[in-house]
Design a protein around this ligand. Sequence first.
Ligand code: ZN
Ligand code: ZN
Length: 353
Amino acid sequence: MRARLQKFLKRLKQENLDGFIVSSPANISYLSGFTSCDAYLLAAKKEIVYFTDSRYAQEVKPKLKRWASLKKINGSVFEIIANTCRDLQLRRIGFEGRHMAYAEYRKIKGYLRPGEYLIPTHSLIESLRQVKDAGEIEKIREALKITGLALQFVRSFIKPGTKELEVAAELERFIRYNGAIGAAFDIIVASGPNSAYPHHRPGQKKIREGELVLIDIGVDYFGYKSDLTRVFFSDKIKDLTRRIYDIVLEAQRKAITKIRPGEEIARIDALARNYIADKGYAKFFGHSLGHGVGLETHEAPSISANFGGVLLPGMVFTVEPAVYLTGKFGIRIEDMILVTKKGCEVLSGFVHK
Ligand code: ZN
Ligand code: ZN
């Protein structure tokens, strides 16, 4: 955690910033090393200040020992932040352009004095978060372990007559009983034609004989997330379903085998996309191939055609090719990959060298 703060302070210096107001809960969690909500963090070379109110103050106090001071908010948090900036003699104060609400920005600005500036920034902390350290990877592994067990457990509930919502409820209960704080996002259980909607919300629909069931589930393990999709079907499934399943699986394999440090991210997306296109299903795969996972379910890097840059060891992201045939069914297969020093590891399964 110390190392993360040091890295961030170095980054601030490069950006010519004296201090930085962090308002995104995930970014505060990242810098503080514990799950934070309803807080602000002011990072400056001289001092790190954590702002929160009486609901959380007692709980976080021992966790801030030796690296940050705590300011309990009563009254306007924005006035307190602005005053603290003045006490620390900060003139160029960065903030997260994507996360601070316009109303908050105006309030803080209103309390600042002439010569003190709020400077918008983009993804300063998010870019650091792309590469995970050993502690983070450990938590992600644990999150995935629970997710894998949940998918195994739920198999017996996937049968004709069961409602999608009932399957989702069983999963939700299971992950909490097995150590997760909760689901990372609303669990998707989509049966039959519903699986053609990438983000279907499970409902009262009952699973019918011969239908496939797509489950997309992630858990939250001490702030770290997982994200996996599996499609379940019986041997009696139609030939077309089987054929599409094999295409999607092969597309995933093609992308995964090329994941290694230095590889262009856009190329990984292209490998899976081109294979699906060659099979004649280009227009049925609309979303990007994957996304980073960590303190948020969707974070950098985006595994897509437009994301510049190359893979780095320590990156963790999903590879989730899909084919959606509206009115019929959809197949998505999603795994989480860790870029290792030489290649990659499928965190949810086998190892690629
Ligand atoms: Zn997913
Ligand atoms: Zn995903």
